[in-house]
Design a protein around this ligand. Structure first.
Ligand code: E4P
Length: 216
């Protein structure tokens, strides 16, 4: 399973890269707003800076919601670096734009996916990634993991190559359950990735080894 980090914070991206487990980065307009980047040139420069840190795909989201605007923005974003994946919302014009961009060899990530039907459309349009938002479904008292399972079944039934990029991850257990189901990718805050390595028996076991090592 690939590990993407869901942030535009360069320090966090460097830290995840330094750990040696990072396969890519996802961003969205809210994430970009958090790091205070404004203006097209600065935003594009920031995406380039992210691409220079990681080796894998970097999702950059379009701000337009009409077909022509999505295409124009998507083509501009794709020129920043060949690691850029154009993130497009699951709307009517977005599906059309994914079909067009994919036919031109531009990688796409279909975002804001909350149902199996939406994921089926994203795959048929040729998206490289589909982003079901697990945590936001949990937030409204539904089981986000059921969506990941349904998409896995549908894609496997027909051999769709669109990668399931489980998004809106809130905890290490989300990551583990996505791995059990067979999501291709998770995108997560750094904390949930770091928390995967923690276990109290590891800590107490190491403390004992350090103590006993003094006797050697
Ligand atoms: C990533 O593609 C999504 O934009 C992101 O995971 C959403 O996460 P949130 O629900 O925590 O905002």
């Amino acid at each position: 399973m690939k590990f993407f980090i869901d942030t535009a914070d360069l320090d966090q991206i460097k830290k995840a890269q330094d750990l040696g487990v990072l396969d890519g980065v996802t961003t969205n307009p809210s994430i970009m707003a958090k790091v205070g980047i404004t203006g097209k040139d600065k935003i594009h420069a920031h995406y380039k800076a992210i691409c220079d840190i990681v080796d894998g795909d970097v999702s950059a989201e379009v701000l337009s919601i009409d077909y022509d605007g999505i295409i124009k923005e998507g083509e501009e974003l794709a020129k920043i670096d060949n690691q850029i994946t154009v993130k497009v919302p699951m709307i009517y014009d977005g599906v059309k734009a994914i079909k067009y961009l994919s036919s031109k060899g531009i990688k796409t990530n279909c975002t804001l996916v909350f149902s199996p039907g939406q994921a089926l459309l994203a795959a048929k349009a040729g998206a490289k990634y589909v982003s079901p938002f697990l945590g936001r479904l949990d937030d409204i008292s539904t089981e986000g993991l059921n969506l990941i399972e349904d998409i896995r079944t549908i894609y496997d039934n027909y051999g769709y190559t669109t990668e399931i990029l489980a998004a809106s991850i809130r905890s290490p257990m989300h990551i583990i359950n996505c791995a059990k189901i067979g999501a291709d990718v998770i995108t997560s805050p750094l904390a949930s990735i770091i928390n995967l390595l923690k276990h109290p028996l590891t800590d107490s076991g190491l403390a004992q080894f350090i103590e006993d090592a003094k006797k050697l």
